[in-house]
Design a protein around this ligand. Structure first.
Ligand SMILES: Nc1ncnc2c1ncn2[C@@H]1O[C@H](COP(=O)(O)OP(=O)(O)OP(=O)(O)O)[C@@H](O)[C@H]1O
Ligand SMILES: [Mg+2]
Length: 257
């Protein structure tokens, strides 16, 4: 018997102001996988993440997230998902500990003091627990946001560009944390513009203009692109530039037509 999928959605579509920003999107993510979500600015990654965790309702399409129906069971999904938003959304004028205590109270976490203490230790935040969030550097802010997202012990972690603007060392450390969490059984969907991060994912997909252009392991995506016939040892970045050239041409033709 195959393991149940953490995410299994088909044909998700969402429009804003008459423009389809997610267009017939399919995604299957196995439990315990780190799944990379790639695509240019405005391609629909954040919108898709919000559709998956029940913050937005799709116009059409169907499927499940953690076994719950994305159309009718969004409250159950929200309880079991940790969502780290693209922009820092904690309180700058509260300390690290106060932010986590606040989040713990929102989730109604029992033995909150102990859970906050354990989370501070787990993410190496204990030494800075009294520092105001607003005075933290980008890397530490992201670490705090990750702590807030995992404190209620979610089964699925949705990370929306968690390392944007973070220095390479902090990015590497952040990714080590992600791998540790996945090793504990957490499923992770992570959007990123960094190719080195994509290469640390078990699987990836690439979205443009709301449509899925490629998916699979990094090796499969490179292989499926056919670029190996045109270029020696193409990189993932080469593949995405190549894919975008085709899709931008098609989009321009459609608009002109
Ligand atoms: N609430 C909204 N109302 C209207 N348009 C929206 C809304 N949310 C997103 N959009 C539009 O939908 C499109 C997709 O946006 P989205 O934020 O999902 O892209 P993204 O792939 O996450 O981009 P980025 O890499 O820049 O974060 C964009 O054109 C955006 O302007
Ligand atoms: Mg986004």
């Amino acid at each position: 018997m195959t393991a149940p999928l953490a995410i299994d959605v088909r044909g998700l579509t969402k429009s804003f102001g008459g423009t389809k920003v997610v267009d017939g999107f399919d995604m299957q993510v196995a439990r315990g996988d780190i799944y990379g979500f790639l695509g240019p600015n405005g391609s629909g990654k954040t919108t898709t993440i919000r559709l998956l965790c029940g913050l937005l309702t799709p116009d059409s399409g169907a499927g499940t997230c953690l076994g719950y129906d994305v159309l009718s069971e969004s409250e159950k999904i929200k309880r079991e998902v940790g969502y780290m938003t693209q922009r820092f959304s904690l309180y700058e004028d509260l300390s690290i500990r106060e932010n986590l205590e606040f989040v713990a109270s929102i989730y109604g976490i029992r033995r909150a003091r102990r859970t906050v203490g354990e989370t501070l230790e787990k993410l190496n935040l204990a030494d800075r627990a009294h520092q105001l969030a607003g005075t933290l550097s980008g890397g530490w802010k992201q670490r705090l946001a990750l702590a807030a997202a995992i404190m209620h012990k979610p089964k699925l972690l949705l990370l929306d560009e968690p390392t944007a603007g973070v220095d390479p060392k902090a990015r590497r450390e952040f990714w080590n944390e992600i791998h540790d969490l996945a090793a504990e059984g957490l499923t992770v969907l992570v959007s990123t513009h960094y190719m080195d991060e994509a290469e640390r994912c078990h699987k990836i997909c690439y979205l443009a203009y709301g449509k899925l252009l490629a998916r699979g392991t990094v090796e499969e995506v490179i292989e499926q692109s056919g670029l190996c016939k045109l270029k020696a040892a193409p990189t993932l970045e080469d593949v995405f530039v190549h894919l975008m050239r085709d899709v931008t041409d098609n989009f321009a033709i459609k608009k002109a037509g």
